[in-house]
Design a protein around this ligand. Sequence first.
Ligand code: A5P
Length: 230
Amino acid sequence: VMTPQDEAKRIAAERAASEVKDGMIVGLGSGTTASLAVEALGARVTKGLRIAGIPTSEATAAQARRLGIPLTDFAQHRRIDLTIDGADQVARGTLDLVKGRGGALLREKIVASASRGMIVIVDETKLVERLGGATALPVEIVPFGWETTIDRLTAFGVAPSLRGSAAKPFISDGGNYIADCAIADVSDPAALDRQLAAVLGVVATGLFVGLATAAIVGRMSGGDVIRLTR
Ligand code: A5P
């Protein structure tokens, strides 16, 4: 059974997939919403659309292979035409994002940063005025000495908590750990991203600033979308 939220994700995902054009190199996002876009792209590929995808996670790579979407990599293509990915929060005015609840943030950020365009697809519950608040900010950290990185993040004031447990930490596709951080409403996401990224042991944060070029927001009622651009 599809909930109104699932339906909102699906319609946003399908709308974004319809914007992909023949010949494009496409960044394939991760998470439940992005996987609906990958599914829709797979259907278009079956009907003759020619694209090559660069996946943001092992899970997405496996899904794309199952659907017959040709994959490529940065050795072949340094630039991506369009990336389609989900998010945990989207700031309405700026399209800045919090990402990484699914744990794929580092690869997602590398793919988004190499993309000319990035369409973020969400249901309307994820649209906010300001990032932060109730949604945790995932921060990818190096496993070695993670206890000391957690201490530095604690001293910085973002109350980090290691995802998983100390005995069995969650491990990202990049082989790193994730610290979920509590952040209040963020007034300057770019500054916070810079400050956190400068903490020793931090690989990348889930703050995506200035990367999304459009957001397609699925409405919970009416099977409709809102398209926002920066
Ligand atoms: C994956 O690490 C994330 O960045 C996802 O893109 C984000 O968590 C959104 O996922 P859902 O579409 O499953 O909510």
